[in-house]
Design a binder for this molecule. Structure first.
Ligand code: NIG
Ligand code: FE
Length: 401
């Protein structure tokens, strides 16, 4: 993970949206025709677009009010218990139209692009009913269909037990399994299924039922695991051979070894630890030492992680989890791409792969994590087309519901 395969004074030749050649400028220049459009990066660094493998980008409203309460001492769990948290966002998202949600999601898509992200995994999970979950997944599809930010959709119907099913978790899991999953898969609305596995949300046995049903219908599996309690989620991910186990703030060595043995990739979300004011970061060094192909992602959502910035995530990963800057870049690109089963198409700049890349306003790759709190992308290309700065939705007004 420390080997970035850097090319100094390099160039890329792209044609029809794909990389044709990568190498020293003098060699690549000879391959281009006279009609080729030349983009001079001006000595800046060029990286594969970040692949943000864990986001929740479709929701209505914000939770700035809860943020203020948490700053004042309230806990995330206590706010969720009294009906705030995810359920507060669910009420607002159910009330919003598809067009309103698409408008806000496009606004946030601009934030991802500004950080140099070109693909996001995008979860539903603020609908928690057949109608609202499919509404969100259709928004995710339209977000990607615009030919800007690429999206990989994940169905997260088991994000929380909604108000109308309080105390009837099993009945809600039945609705996820028998009503939502068949509809989501028959309409090809998702590539993966995710479950928030926690003893007081979806405990392991309940989560396993949902995971097995999703697997049966052909979906890949990602699990919100061990964010607040140890090993329920990581053991479920290992047992069910999930693609990823995400969060892992509380995972023990036994849990990590189970992930390694089952070939599950850890997706670390240090911005959510930061935002919740915790210092309980996942054991990234231990995971890398074990040989796990660690992934870094934003977890962009209105509660625990309201950031779309991969450069910010890289900064926190280096300062608080002691990942080397090169390891953080690998975790945010090629490892993330493989976790989404897209490793052959995105995540690195190699001939035949999609020409998704960002030119960052830095002289040295380490500056990405060193300067923090700024967006570093100067220009961003998706499929060889410049999408930033030109293509970013400005959305100065009217995008909020
Ligand atoms: O990954 N923990 C569950 N889901 C999100 C939080 C969602 C929210 O607070 O709205 C997470 O942190
Ligand atoms: Fe999440």
């Amino acid at each position: 993970m420390r080997d970035l395969a850097m090319v100094h004074d390099g160039a890329i030749l792209a044609r029809d949206g794909r990389v044709v050649a990568v190498g020293r400028r003098a060699e690549v220049e000879q391959l281009g025709t006279t009609s080729a459009k030349v983009v001079d990066a001006g000595g800046r660094i060029v990286l594969p677009g970040f692949v943000d493998a864990h986001t929740h980008p479709v929701f209505a409203g914000t939770r700035a009010d809860e943020f203020e309460e948490r700053v004042g001492g309230a806990t995330y769990a206590a706010i969720a218990e009294r009906g705030g948290g995810i359920r507060a966002t669910v009420r607002r998202t159910r009330a919003a139209s598809e067009a309103e949600l698409l408008k806000s999601a496009r606004h946030y898509a601009g934030w991802f692009l500004r950080g140099g992200t070109t693909t996001i995994e995008a979860k539903s999970g603020y609908g928690l009913s057949l109608e609202s979950e499919t509404k969100i997944l259709r928004v995710i599809r339209q977000l990607g269909a615009k030919g800007r930010l690429r999206t990989v959709p994940t169905f997260l119907g088991a994000h929380e037990v909604p108000d109308e099913y309080r105390g009837r978790r099993e009945a809600y899991a039945d609705a996820v399994i028998h009503e939502m999953l068949p509809c989501v898969t028959s309409e090809h609305l998702a590539a993966f299924c995710d479950v928030f596995c926690e003893p007081n949300v979806f405990p392991r046995a309940e989560a396993r039922r949902i995971v097995e049903a999703a697997r049966e219908l052909g979906l890949g599996i990602r699990i919100h695991a061990d964010q607040f309690s140890s090993d329920e989620g990581s053991l479920l991910a290992a047992e069910t051979k999930a693609a990823t186990a995400d969060h892992l703030e509380r995972t023990s060595t036994a849990g990590l070894e189970a992930l390694w043995a089952a070939g599950v990739q850890p997706v670390l979300l240090p911005a959510s630890v930061y935002q919740l004011g915790s210092s309980h970061y996942p054991a990234a060094r231990r995971m890398i030492e074990l040989g796990l192909a660690v992934v870094l992602a934003t977890d962009f959502n209105p509660g625990s992680s309201p950031t779309a910035s991969m450069p910010m995530v890289l900064s926190i990963a280096c300062t608080h989890m002691k990942m080397m800057p090169a390891e953080a870049i690998v975790a945010a690109t090629i490892n993330a791409a493989y976790s989404l089963r897209r490793g052959a198409e995105i995540g690195s700049l190699e001939p035949g792969k999609l020409a998704d890349f960002a030119i960052h306003d830095c002289d040295d790759y380490r500056e990405l994590a060193y300067f923090f709190g700024r967006e570093t992308a100067w220009k961003v290309f998706i499929g060889g087309t410049e999408v930033m700065p030109d293509g970013v939705e400005e959305g100065k007004s009217g995008w909020r519901q």
